[in-house]
Design a protein around this ligand. Structure first.
Ligand SMILES: Cc1ncc(COP(=O)(O)O)c(C=O)c1O
Length: 490
């Protein structure tokens, strides 16, 4: 029997229906911003309840779009964690920006695959430009005769993995590790402070270096790496037959925003011939501020830097960025010939094939949102927002110092404040128990969302203020809510 071809059927709607769809989504976007200053930090629902909303087999037939939008509004948008509003202080959550919302929609619309130049000409060039802008912003320079290379990926974690992958492959290139693997090599060691983000630990494990060879160097009072201890450890390792190869500096730690002495680390790296990687996922882009630049001196000497645009560049998730001194480092790390990707037929030598400079092949147009929002707002306005976050953190710290029922634990050059609610207790153990109880209690309350961490063995509340929608009022509100909920726990 002959097969019937359905040739005139697609997944598309008529232009009118598509317009209705877009109008409806516009309406929903506008609603999100209608009362954004009042958005709660968290909307508590037990896990089982949330699971039950989506618990169904894959639907075989479609549902009417108006019903689908209602469902999404009720169960997804209206239950979302309050990342847009000013009451989010947990982890490192920036509020996004409105230009990038539109940019992401446009990027999805054209559905470019940013892998080979001829698959996405404009977006490839935009990605290259965004990478150069990132380098300019932080003062990262190329190797003489080269231009700064880089790659936009999902996150700071992936940017750390990318930087350390390049470090390993370039540093041990002569040992031909891409072909021979690491078998039979003298174990090589990597150095970072004990305050370094866990994505570095994960990267070291993934790269086959092994967690036992990552040296977590103690930190000083200010949570920056102890440089004497660093050098001592390198020397101990050399004496014990290890091969030191890489040191990681923090340009803003996740716990407290501490910025290591990057210049001295760079000198140590030069002295012992180590690769120098900087984790700037949280704080790196704040080095563009005139008020903070001097703290980051030495970042320009790094061989690789991890950055995160979805943190202090106010981009919606997800977009991280690695920078290296030349595109060639990426090419030598990743390039793999494949007949179906061969570019020998291309006649234009200027074309940069991003797929030859990373593990990823198919990828979306992440760069568009950074490019569009930078052009729309201008760098100065974005920098002013970063400065505002820092100033508000200073303000929060002042409020904490003035209050007799709070205790400030750390002050940061950046926008993280670590403190405890004492609730009138004097016994340190009681204070810690109270603060531990506060986290789930505040989550249930929902008005503000804050998380905690442990600093030198002590549990503290940790507020991260990277959201351009915060102001003094919302900052005071954080302490008011903690006090109110804390009093119910005493
Ligand atoms: C210093 C630092 N490095 C790396 C990361 C990981 O970034 P991401 O969450 O984008 O993977 C973070 C996240 O907070 C961070 O603060």
């Amino acid at each position: 029997m002959q097969k019937t071809l359905i040739t005139n059927n697609t997944l598309d709607f008529s232009q009118e229906e598509l317009k209705d769809l877009l109008d409806k989504s516009t309406e929903l976007v506008l609603k999100q911003f209608e009362k954004v200053q009042e958005q709660p930090g968290y909307r508590f629902h037990p896990q089982r309840e949330v699971e039950s909303w989506f618990d169904e087999p894959a639907p075989t037939g479609g549902m009417p779009l108006d019903k689908l939008f209602d469902l999404v509004e009720e169960k997804v948008l209206n239950t979302a964690t309050g990342n847009l509003g000013p009451h989010m202080y947990a982890y490192v959550m920036a509020g996004g920006n409105q230009v990038s919302i539109v940019a992401d929609t446009l990027a999805s619309t054209i559905n470019q695959n940013v892998t080979k130049w001829h698959l996405a000409p404009a977006i490839t060039e935009i990605e290259k430009r965004v990478i150069q802008w990132a380098a300019e912003l932080i003062g990262f320079q190329q190797k003489p005769g080269h231009s700064v290379g880089g790659f936009l990926s999902s996150s700071g974690s992936s940017a750390n993995l990318d930087g350390l992958t390049v470090a390993r492959n370039i540093y041990f290139e002569k040992a031909d590790i891409r072909n021979k693997g690491l078998f039979g090599m003298r174990p090589f060691t990597v150095y970072c402070s004990e305050e370094t983000h866990s994505s570095v630990d994960k990267s070291i494990q993934l790269l086959g270096i092994g967690a036992n060879h990552l040296r977590h160097i103690p930190t000083k009072e200010d949570f920056t790496i102890d440089l004497e201890a660093l050098e001592q450890q390198i020397n101990d390792d050399l004496q014990n037959g290890f091969q030191p190869f890489c040191v990681i500096g923090n340009a803003g730690t996740v716990n407290t925003g501490a910025i290591d002495d990057l210049t001295t680390i760079a000198h140590i790296a030069q002295k012992y011939k180590l690769w120098f990687h900087v984790d700037g996922a949280y704080g790196g882009l704040a080095s563009s501020l005139d008020t903070k630049k001097s703290l980051y001196q030495g970042i320009e000497l790094a061989d690789s830097v991890a950055l995160d645009f979805h943190k202090w560049f106010y981009q919606p998730f997800e977009i991280g960025c690695v920078l290296v001194k030349s595109w060639d480092h990426l090419y030598r790390t990743y390039f793999k010939k494949a007949s179906y990707l061969d570019k020998s037929l291309d006649k234009d030598p200027g074309r940069l094939e991003l797929n030859e400079h990373h593990f990823l092949l198919s990828r979306n147009a992440k760069a568009l949102k950074v490019w569009m929002s930078t052009k729309a707002y201008g760098v100065n306005r974005i920098k002013a927002m970063i400065q505002k976050d820092i100033d508000l953190t200073d303000y929060l710290n002042e409020q904490i110092k003035l209050a007799n029922d709070f205790r400030l634990i750390t002050t940061s050059e950046l926008a993280i404040s670590c403190f405890q609610y004492t609730g009138g207790f004097h016994n340190p153990e009681q204070i810690i128990q109270l603060n531990k109880a506060l986290i789930p209690a505040l989550e249930r309350d929902g008005r503000v969302f804050i998380t905690g961490t442990t600093l030198k063995g002590e549990f503290v509340l940790r507020a991260c203020l990277i959201n351009h929608r915060k102001d003094e009022q919302s900052t005071r509100y954080l302490l008011d809510v903690i006090r109110e909920v804390g009093q119910t726990l005493r």
